[in-house]
Write a protein that binds this ligand. Structure first.
Ligand code: WT7
Length: 649
């Protein structure tokens, strides 16, 4: 059992909502109670009332169509546009000249766009997309650094009904090619480079390499981030962003799209080697993102809200772009690393922009702890009023540090559990209504029916472990896996018919609080990023010298999980340190730097059961240096185990 889980089991501290929050939040305890009851007694009426907060060109005929489960249709017949909800509707209000995005580049350059200015840019860029032949329903890949242009590209796609697929800038050319092909993308939007910790990420170069293998892509738009990198522009295919924008009209009415029109595809790792294209549609997703952003962060008009995620992940989609902009919030966006040029970069930004709400990840918090309190202590963090956490279970030590050192003991912490598939936060405290416990995401939000069940689907008694499931559909749920509906049904809906399987293990305590323990499938959580062991394994066996590979996670103080690989070599190849380095570089090239293995162990054979299944649990114990308490009588070759253990010495 990892240190994290042990400390979570012992945790008993409770933090009631602070006086600054009680009575001053959008949702107080009584209101939360009312909302939960309402959703339980009149599910559709509840969601219909919430959906009034969005702008609809036509209000739906039916709130929910679940007749074709697990395929939900929300707000059927409704007409809506995500870009209109994020931009146009603010232009007739005092928010017109409010900062929508305050951006800071890693080198220190800055840019602020008001809602009016953002709208102007999005309209022009949307016309640019049309000029290049992009039509409603076409797929567009966005592979961009964290600049406002990434958000502009997303919103422009949404405006004309093109379906974006944002790929995190840390992914490799191979990964970009795979995703282009799976989505049959027609266009790629990228930049010459991105900045990360002072280094250049050669985005355009990666796109060039990817396009040799992705024939569906016809055009590439290149944002000029660095101005002097001399990237190659292929005539007839590649267009500079600024050239495209120089000659387009800023008049681009938002398309009236069906509520179920696809808004985006976002690839995420599952338990096979092939990433899943999670498909989200418009009306329900926009409701989930905007409503939860408002509720959980208790957003007020004068907040300066900063989510430190990258737009390449779902957190960036829902809580940098669609949720906050739909709510007319001021969003801080930062391009680079938290320790560049120094370890106080985040706190410098908080002080500089007087950030009030900060949403970040446990892996970042653990890095800050390691770097030392002197960095935050150098800065005035008194503007902060609320702190959020997402991506993995937050260990109570990190929670307490976040609460005390960053929040000065004043700021509630909202630990938010959700997934790429859920589109929006599902389990989290509402800061004025729910007392928090360090390490627990607390309770499902109103309208969300999450429970912890056993193998048969029976709710488990308090404090017993089980599987986290969601019993009723919700508006921002994924609709399918793009191009693989069978996998959608098999992965999420086959364990319990009609019930959504999250693949997370959890327990519910005597107060009904949910404590998420982590994945029960072969998905790793490395620094808050999802990675399938199979993806890393297939990258490894792609290497000419590798015969077989098994990849497992090992608890890591900083990253949550580290990537540990057991590798058997093809005959005639000898283990060596240089080959280890080679294999690590190979995986990084195949998938991206985020998948670079932390450890490679060479072995002559892998431990397998008689039926040939790799004994992962055993490998996990070995990787974590744990004495295997489990029964190993099914081991085909005890010698393998002994040898692997000996290698530890
Ligand atoms: C997986 C989803 C949700 C956006 C970022 C990650 C883990 C996420 C928490 C949390 C415990 C969490 C789960 C989940 N997870 N947030 N607050 N407490 N675990 O999205 O890449 O789709 O990963 O992240 O294991 O299944 P994702």
């Amino acid at each position: 059992m990892s240190a994290n889980i042990t400390s979570v089991l012992k945790e008993s501290r409770v933090f009631p909502p602070s006086n600054e929050f009680v009575g001053h939040t959008l949702v107080n305890e009584a209101e939360r109670h009312r909302l939960c009851e309402w959703a339980a007694s009149d599910f559709e009426g509840f969601w219909a009332a919430q959906a009034e907060s969005l702008h609809w060109f036509y209000k739906w005929d039916k709130v929910l169509d679940w007749s074709n489960a697990p395929h939900a249709k929300w707000f059927t017949g409704g007409l809506i546009n995500a870009s209109y909800n994020c931009l146009d509707r603010h232009l007739t209000t005092a928010r017109k000249n409010k900062a929508a995005i305050i951006w800071e580049g890693e080198p220190g350059d800055t840019k602020t766009l008001t809602y009016q200015q953002l709208h102007h840019q999005v309209c022009k860029f949307a016309n640019g997309l049309k000029q290049l032949g992009i039509q409603k329903g076409d797929r567009v890949t966005i592979y961009m650094p964290m600049t406002p242009e990434a958000a502009i590209a997303m919103l422009a796609c949404a405006r004309i009904g093109a379906v974006h697929s944002v790929i995190f800038g840390g992914f490799s050319a191979e990964a970009v090619a795979d995703r282009n092909n799976d989505a049959k993308a027609k266009l790629v939007i990228t930049a010459d480079i991105g900045w990360r910790r002072g280094n250049v990420i050669p985005l355009k170069q990666n796109v060039d390499a990817a396009l040799e293998k992705s024939p569906t892509v016809e055009k590439v738009i290149v944002f000029n981030r660095a101005r002097n990198t001399g990237v190659h522009m292929k005539p007839g295919r590649d267009i500079w962003w600024h050239d495209l924008m120089s000659d387009v009209s800023a008049n681009c009415p938002a398309e009236h799209l069906d509520s179920e029109h696809p808004l985006f595809i976002l690839y995420t790792s599952g338990s096979t080697g092939k990433p899943k294209g999670v498909l989200h549609t418009t009306g329900g997703y926009m409701l989930g993102a905007s409503l939860t952003h408002k509720w959980v962060f208790d957003i007020k008009d004068d907040d300066v809200y900063w989510c430190t995620a990258d737009v390449g992940w779902v957190t960036g989609h829902s809580y940098i772009v669609y949720g906050p902009l739909a709510n007319g919030s001021t969003v801080v966006m930062y391009e680079g690393a938290p320790n560049h040029p120094k370890e106080d970069r985040f706190w410098d930004i908080v002080e500089k922009y007087r950030v009030t709400v900060l949403y970040t990840a446990p892996t970042a918090i653990r890095a800050f702890i390691k770097w030392g309190d002197e960095h935050p202590k150098k800065h005035d963090l008194s503007s902060l009023r609320l702190l959020g956490s997402v991506g993995e279970p937050i260990n109570p030590e990190a929670w307490m540090w976040y609460h005390e050192v960053i929040g000065g003991g004043r700021c509630p912490i909202v630990d938010t559990w959700w997934q790429t598939e859920t589109g929006a936060i599902m389990i989290a405290p509402l800061p004025g209504a729910v007392p928090t416990k360090p390490g627990s995401a607390t309770k499902p939000l109103p309208g969300i029916f999450a429970e912890v069940v056993d193998k048969e689907g029976k709710v488990v008694p308090a404090n017993s472990g089980g599987f986290l499931v969601v019993k009723k559909p919700w508006p921002s749920m994924m609709r399918t896996i793009y191009g693989d509906d069978q996998r959608f049904k098999d992965t999420y809906w086959s364990n319990y018919p009609g019930i959504y399987f999250t693949a997370d293990g959890a327990r519910q305590d005597e107060d009904g609080y949910i404590w998420v323990m982590g994945r029960v499938d072969d998905v790793l959580n490395v620094s808050g990023h999802r990675l399938s062991t199979m993806e890393v394994e297939s990258a490894l066996v792609n290497h000419p010298k590798v015969a077989e590979a098994a990849v497992v996670g090992r608890p890591d103080d900083l990253k949550g999980e580290a990537i540990c690989c057991f590798v058997t070599l093809k005959q005639g190849n000898a283990p060596s340190d240089s080959l280890k380095a080679d294999l690590k570089a190979h995986v990084a090239k195949e998938i991206g730097a985020l998948a670079r293995p932390d450890e490679i162990k060479f072995t002559d054979t892998l431990p397998k059961t008689r039926s040939g299944k790799i004994m992962r649990r055993l490998l996990r114990d070995i990787a974590a240096n744990r004495e295997g308490a489990q029964d190993t009588t099914t081991l085909e070759d005890y010698g393998v185990l002994a040898k692997l253990r000996a290698d530890e010495e």
